[in-house]
Design a protein around this ligand. Structure first.
Ligand SMILES: [Zn+2]
Length: 209
């Protein structure tokens, strides 16, 4: 195989979901359409890499920082939705039913993988909350063990503040990742959000009976 093609295969295999066979299939497809696909795609990737930056407030990707969402005066600045990754933000935005701001953590706490709070945008969130008047913080994290412990970690650090902490409710399957949910499920989950401590309180009540 030619040197360039070999190199391209190695690069493509670093993308999520692309094994050696599918990487080669992608390259073959590109090579067959050099003018209509390969060159425009390469140009677009270079342009995107050159122009897109991370918003220094919320962690969103945009061509400007602060991003369009953070700058939008029509949005409710008293509500911040905490998400794991930017694709979760995209999923929530596509529902057109949320008008607050976001905070992208860039991952979730994972003791097994050695990912602690300092590796994520958690210190940035706590600082942001201490400097702005936020009434509600929505924990839109996946219903996985790590997702929930991340939500608990943040909640614990906001003890004593008057920020109302809620989380997505119905429709988020246990072990479910947010960006895999269909729009309808996501809208329901967003609209029926509830206080984070609610389940714990109910469990305590049950234990007392
Ligand atoms: Zn932003």
């Amino acid at each position: 195989m030619q040197h360039e093609i070999e190199q391209l295969t190695i690069m493509l295999r670093r993308l999520p979901g692309l094994g050696p066979r599918s990487a080669k299939r992608v390259i073959l497809h590109l090579l067959k359409k050099p003018d209509s696909l390969m060159t425009p795609l390469a140009d677009l990737i270079a342009k995107t890499a050159d122009r897109v930056v991370t918003c220094h407030i919320c962690g969103n990707f945009d061509v400007q920082s602060p991003c369009e969402i953070c700058q939008d005066s029509a949005r409710d600045r008293s509500t911040i939705c905490v998400v794991e990754e930017v694709d979760d933000l995209w999923a929530l935005e596509s529902t057109n039913s949320y008008n607050g701001l976001y905070h992208v953590l860039g991952g979730i706490l994972s003791p097994l993988d050695g990912i602690g709070p300092e590796d994520l945008n958690i210190p940035g969130l706590l600082e942001r909350l201490s400097k702005s008047h936020v009434n509600e913080l929505i924990m839109a994290l996946g219903a996985t063990v790590d997702g929930q412990s991340t939500a608990h970690y943040i909640t614990d650090h906001l003890d004593g503040t008057d920020i109302n902490i809620t989380r997505l409710s119905h429709g988020v399957p246990v072990g479910g990742e947010l960006d895999y949910l269909d729009e309808g499920t996501l809208i329901t989950a967003l609209k029926s959000r509830r206080p984070v401590g609610e389940d714990t309180d109910k469990d305590r009540q049950k234990a007392n009976l």
